[in-house]
Design a binder for this molecule. Structure first.
Ligand code: ZN
Length: 374
């Protein structure tokens, strides 16, 4: 892409998601099922997004960051994943979660600004060991893929999660990686009294990655004061952290691919509120005249040619359901005509995805084929 094509206003914020990124795990961590909840919540904000299904990464791409035998054992459910289970649906989701991070980084490099992977569970994953809800290190998988593809000479990993990115650091050390700028705030900051000092430093942390072609930003929600595994930043301070990251990166023309990272408050809505704020300040930091006045309009993602058909179909139809929901929420008649009749919709078995049990929304209602029972 020519330099003149970069930095054009983004009509939509690109978000890489498909239902194959989801798994169902009983755990302290909501990571396995948070991608869908986050995207659903963002769409309800009325911020125009392009929801694009990512391609899964290959075993070879995972094995750039991880021991190949470990990769095989995880994907074949012969060893424990980061949730300390051998669940097949977790294994199946992992190429897609790392794939979303890689796709977001590639996209940010192309548009010169920003893209999003609604993913978690990366930074504690080591070269040959899963740990602490993290199985594969999608940050390092992405960095190594970008380098190998010649898309980036240097990659920044700005990890502002509550917890130290020990897995990231271990992989860097194990492989002798010399092209990644890794900064993890947990090494220095943990206390409410440090909040103002930390926020004052964020612009220089971003500027310190000016020599990177792209920055992978972990916008963790778990530093929140009410988080059971966190405890030092308020809601407003977390939003200010994100605003400073995006504003500085935009001013310095450093592309950013961001993800969700941690967040353990219950109910999940409290965590989603923090991720909503990250998306809000992201949208504000990358303004677009073409987005003004769109209100609750949603822009469908174009899909990617190499993606699984199942994901593409699901996401496109799912957006339509969400568009209905966003346009009618204020009147209390959420998505009239698209409600599933108690799980009886024949598409459910084929695609197997529900939007959320509270709203009763079926993700796979087809365009032009609303459920007649609703
Ligand atoms: Zn964390």
């Amino acid at each position: 892409m020519s330099p003149s094509a970069l930095h054009q206003p983004l009509a939509t914020i690109p978000v890489f998601f498909c239902d194959a990124m989801q798994a169902h795990v009983e755990s302290l961590s909501p990571s396995a099922h948070k991608p869908l909840a986050a995207v659903q919540s963002w769409l309800a904000l009325g911020i125009p997004l392009s929801v694009i299904p990512p391609k899964p990464v290959t075993r070879e791409e995972l094995a750039r960051a991880h021991d190949r035998k470990h990769v095989d054992a995880i994907l074949e459910c012969r060893t424990m994943n980061g949730f300390y289970t051998r669940a097949a649906d977790v294994a199946a989701s992992l190429p897609y979660t790392s794939g979303a991070m890689l796709a977001a980084a590639r996209k940010a490099l192309r548009n010169g600004q920003v893209a999003v992977a609604p993913t978690c569970g990366f930074h504690h994953a080591r070269h040959a060991k899963a740990d602490a809800f993290c199985t594969f290190n999608g940050l390092m998988v992405t960095a190594l893929a970008l380098k190998d593809e010649g898309l980036a000479q240097r990659v920044g990993i700005l990890d502002l999660d509550q917890h130290y990115g020990d897995g990231t650091e271990e992989i860097i050390t194990t492989l002798g990686v010399d092209f990644v700028n890794h900064y993890s705030s947990a090494e220095e900051y943990n206390w409410p009294a440090q909040a103002e000092e930390f926020l004052a430093r964020v612009p220089s942390l971003v500027a310190g990655m000016k020599n990177c072609d792209v920055v992978l930003y972990q916008a963790g929600a778990d530093p929140h004061v009410d988080d059971p595994l966190g405890g030092w930043l308020t809601t407003d301070q977390l939003a200010e952290r994100d605003r400073l990251v995006f504003q500085t990166a935009r001013e310095l023309r450093i592309p950013v691919a961001w993800n969700l990272a941690g967040g353990y408050q219950k109910p999940l809505r409290k965590v989603l509120d923090i991720h909503d704020n990250t998306m809000r300040v992201c949208s504000s930091a990358y303004p677009s005249a073409s987005r003004e006045g769109l209100g609750n309009s949603l822009v469908l993602g174009p899909g990617s040619p190499g993606s699984a058909r199942r994901c593409k179909l699901t996401v496109l139809n799912w957006n339509v359901c969400l568009a209905q929901r966003a346009s009618t929420t204020s009147e209390g008649s959420i998505g009239r005509g698209y409600r599933s009749s108690g799980g009886a919709c024949p598409d459910e078995r084929r695609h197997g995805l529900w939007l959320g049990k509270d709203a009763g929304w079926h993700a796979d209602c087809r365009i032009g084929q609303p459920n007649l029972d609703a």
